[in-house]
Write a protein that binds this ligand. Structure first.
Ligand code: ADE
Length: 251
């Protein structure tokens, strides 16, 4: 099926093979096949001019590790076709960036054309900051290179493109889309080594099941991420119920 993609993600990397498996399976594969998302792997070595196709070098001023050179990255950026919808976000993935959350993913998706740039080891020549529109971290830990971070961002963006998830799963109930954590889910068998699926989920009683899921979600959030309850939309009854379960915050 040929349609205009609703999202284009360009990933600039010196290690294109790191993307071969992950982009060829599951939701990312289906989204690309449907033509909803155009994911381009741009090989930085193709934008070098020396015989060794060098993309990194030792840092000025000394010290261990290698720094990704700026020329191949900027040349690769300049080779990209015009943005899909007029607006492009060029994202530098770095542990020094703004921490990504679901709201940030939605904001990024507004651009429809997202370029992901990142370094390895010691990062990229810092002058790259002049060429990016934002800097994002996927969490407070350090990866050896930005490739896994790029895959995470590509996945989080792609699954929000309308029509991608379909029946595979729905994004609506997800933890964080509703600002509280999602409930647990179960599938066959009903009894696994004595671990039983909660009775209510076997009842076929949709209203009761819905209530049980909501309670489970609220309780999980209370136990694991009570901070999320502060800004969640809760009914008066839910507030009372949570208080009875030990929730102490919010006047
Ligand atoms: N590159 C290395 N660590 C990273 C992180 N935590 N987030 C984004 N890019 C990174």
């Amino acid at each position: 099926m040929t349609t205009t993609p609703e999202l284009r993600i360009s990933i600039l990397t010196g290690f294109p093979r790191m993307f071969e498996g992950p982009l060829d399976e599951g939701m990312l594969r289906v989204a690309q096949k449907m033509g909803k998302v155009d994911i381009r792997i741009v090989h930085l070595r193709e934008f070098t001019e020396d015989v060794h196709r060098t993309i990194d070098d030792s840092p000025y001023g000394g010290g261990p590790g290698m720094v990704l050179k700026i020329e191949p990255v900027v040349r690769a950026l300049e080779s990209l076709p015009p943005p899909l919808d007029g607006r492009r976000e060029v994202v530098l993935l770095t542990p020094q960036g703004e921490r990504l959350d679901q709201k940030g993913v939605r904001t990024l998706l507004e651009a429809k054309d997202v370029v992901l740039v990142f370094g390895r080891y010691k990062g990229i020549d810092d002058r790259i900051r002049e060429f990016v529109t934002r800097e994002i971290s996927i969490g407070d830990y350090i990866l050896s290179g930005g490739e896994p971070a790029a895959l995470i961002v590509a996945d989080a963006l792609t699954r929000l493109v309308p029509g991608v998830l379909g029946d595979m799963e729905s994004a609506e109930g997800d933890s964080f889309e509703r600002t509280i954590l999602d409930s647990g889910y179960y599938t066959r068998p009903e009894d696994f080594r004595g671990l039983k699926v909660p009775e209510v989920y076997l009842s076929g009683h949709h209203k009761r099941i819905e209530e049980a899921r909501r309670r489970d979600a609220l309780l999980r959030t209370l136990e694991r991420r009570p901070d999320l309850l502060e800004t969640a939309t809760l009914s008066d009854e839910e507030v009372r119920w949570l208080r009875a379960e030990g929730w102490e915050s919010r006047p």
